[in-house]
Design a binder for this molecule. Sequence first.
Ligand SMILES: Nc1nc2c(ncn2[C@@H]2O[C@H](COP(=O)(O)OP(=O)(O)O)[C@@H](O)[C@H]2O)c(=O)[nH]1
Ligand SMILES: [Mg+2]
Length: 306
Amino acid sequence: MSDKNNNLFAKWKRGLARTRKTAFGRIATLLGATEITEETWDELEALLIQADLGVETALEVVEALKETTAREALVRSDELEEALHAELRRRLQAPPPIEWKERPNVVLLVGVNGSGKTTTAAKLAWRYTREGKSVMLAAADTFRAAAIDQLKTWGERLHVPVIAGQPGGDPGAITYDAVQAARARNADILFVDTAGRLHTRFNLMEELKKVRRVANKALPGAPHHVWLVMDATTGQNALQQAKAFKKAVDVSGVILAKLDSSAKGGMAFAIQHELALPILFAGLGEKPEDLTPFDPEAFVQGVLHA
Ligand SMILES: Nc1nc2c(ncn2[C@@H]2O[C@H](COP(=O)(O)OP(=O)(O)O)[C@@H](O)[C@H]2O)c(=O)[nH]1
Ligand SMILES: [Mg+2]
């Protein structure tokens, strides 16, 4: 393994320590060297649900393991470990390559308040700047003054231009200006940070739809990507919200933030199963370099094996 891969792997291990020790730790204990009984299946099912896999996925995994057990005549629960790894791995899709075909590519970042959008915008700006791309940020969360300042502060730290307006300003107008500015400067990527809270969810979705329309008016074909930032610590509740975003603004991928703070990383499975959206990146910490392309194998290794 190269140093780079080694470091990445270590980062996944560190980032998933909490979920490995908590939700999946109980599974590891269950799969100690005992005989497989009806109780093993009941407990495993309950633990997978507790780990946030979602009921359907949990049931499917248990059914698949029962079949393996019958087929291979397994008797001890520790013999299930490999099969569990395979069943989990099979349910996670590697992210498709991200296409950067236009100039500028406009990316909307959406998600509920506190999910990690602004931090993720900064992390993405850091990542792509390092890859040699010219990046700009737009502060279209005008709902809170602090949100604008937060993005500006990141922009200064990362030497990335931030297009912002006044608190309470029109997010559509900011987006329009930012797309124009990105065109004028021939930027490669414009990340648009949006609001996650308004007076009602209806208002929020209407505002996001407008931001989307305005981006398209400023540049036909934009937005090229719409990424939903989800907080891995909020578990199953987040899925209903995600469906609303998907419907309103045609989300193309998910960024799973705060996996390092989560004790139940199983949300990754529910996202793929129930939303049918690829997970593009995972947030494994608060620093810019802690945003990592989603890696299904490292994820399963990280939750199951210390
Ligand atoms: N540990 C950890 N914290 C994160 C991650 N992503 C965001 N945060 C923290 O979550 C909080 C809310 O993030 P913010 O970007 O302001 O959320 P927003 O309201 O969606 O813009 C901040 O304190 C971030 O530092 C992550 O991947 N790991
Ligand atoms: Mg924000």
